[in-house]
Write a protein that binds this ligand. Sequence first.
Ligand code: ATP
Ligand code: MG
Length: 508
Amino acid sequence: MPRESLLTDITTGFTSLNRLLDTYHPAAMVVETGAIVSVSTGIAVVSGLPGVGYDELVKFRNGDYGIAFNIDEDEVGVVLLGKSDVLRAGDSVERTGRVMDAPVGDALLGRVVDPIGRPLDGKGAVKSTKRLPIERSARDIMDRSPVNAPLQTGIIAIDALTPIGRGQRELILGDRQTGKTSIAVAAILNSKKENVVCVYCTIGRRASAVANVIAQLAENGAMEYTTVVMAEGDDAPGLMYVAPYAATSIAEQFMEAGRDVLIIYDDLTQHAEAYRTISLLLRRPPGREAFPGDIFYIHSRLLERATHLRKELGGGSLTALPIIETDAQDISAYIPTNLISITDGQIYLSPTLFELEILPAIDVGKSVSRVGGNAQCKAYRAVAGDLKLAYAQFEEMESFARFGTHLDSATQKIVDHGERIRACLKQSEIDRASLNEQICLLLALAKGLFDAVALTDMPGAQNVVRRAAAELPMEIVARFASQKLSDDDSNAILDHLKAAIAKKAVES
Ligand code: ATP
Ligand code: MG
């Protein structure tokens, strides 16, 4: 055979093979149908699906989906994503040949959806053109770059003492009603200035509480850059279990497009409990506190997806703020300790401080950020440096002072100074301090400008300093992000603040 015709035959062969491959669709190849053997709350046992894969979606006759979770030789344990009371033993079940995915992309901004991507806000279907699997592996270590940019929350106690960096995972934990959600909401609201996209994933919370949060976000114009993924308390445990994974895929799409993203999981205690329910129903062996053996793994594989990508990959970041509810301040319970060890730090909210109305009720001693100063901008790091130490000393001395002991003048000075630090760290729920305001407040604290101010006059003095921050010389402000605060700059700011305080004193 001549060489040319042989080559032509081979090329034609390849072309038709390629065409065949193009039309290949795994779902089209799957034609397996089984039947439900039994149904209980949240799960169904199915037989007759010998080819089903782990994590594969299966479809019930009523259109609801489930996930193949336990694969035995003749039966499959399926976690339901819909209601279990509409299913009957004997109903047919189909394989779909795909894993669970969620719609992603800009169409999700401003929307409230369930973990499957169905709208919950009455604004019609989500018009997204892309879907991503909810379970994706975390980025390789070579794709990541160090966390070095701050994510300002506007809450001084966090930005100064437990700073959060873009790409970091910081746990928020505390008893119920200690202000956990409020901190998350403040971080979302402050993201507007920071040009950060937000995903708020709520798991098993009361619908009325979530509605309040959404209303608060909408009122402040934060829904424009936020997606809410919601699994309510009365949803199937399977839906609560998949919610954070779906929300993370939505967030990852923004990150991969080169944006900075903040994701909040409110809260992972409910998530762990939903997973425990599923596991017990599937008769997996219970371990400590009846949680299954892989409870650590399900949270670590979720939080490992938070990262800061290399510049060549777009430089986007995904910052995760998981929330955990503790029981009677027990931070050494199973789930809190797991999450403390997975995350890069924690913000602990104390009910005692909450009762004393020291709000936000952040317990500085028990809160830590393992990324630390790297997540603060240079000028800020210089002024916030000694604050934690001064505050820790104060808290120690304060307990002495409470006994009415006579204090020597040096100790009295530490206590007086500490009380002024505390006054500066107190913030109402709606108050968020900008970077410039925080630098001015912290500089004024560090240089003792407030030490002569009576405690009752502190709110007024802080206001004067914060207002003066808006009038700082532009050339100094321009240097904040890139340079350490020089002595000249710091003196110039101090003079500016002193002048503002003196002017206010003359006026009143
Ligand atoms: P839950 O355990 O129910 O989820 P939570 O720990 O998330 O509660 P929040 O709902 O954030 O707590 O707040 C509890 C209450 O405390 C709310 O009424 C809120 O308005 C109030 N609160 C929170 N932070 C502050 C603050 N900085 N100043 C004043 N009030 C606050
Ligand atoms: Mg809450």
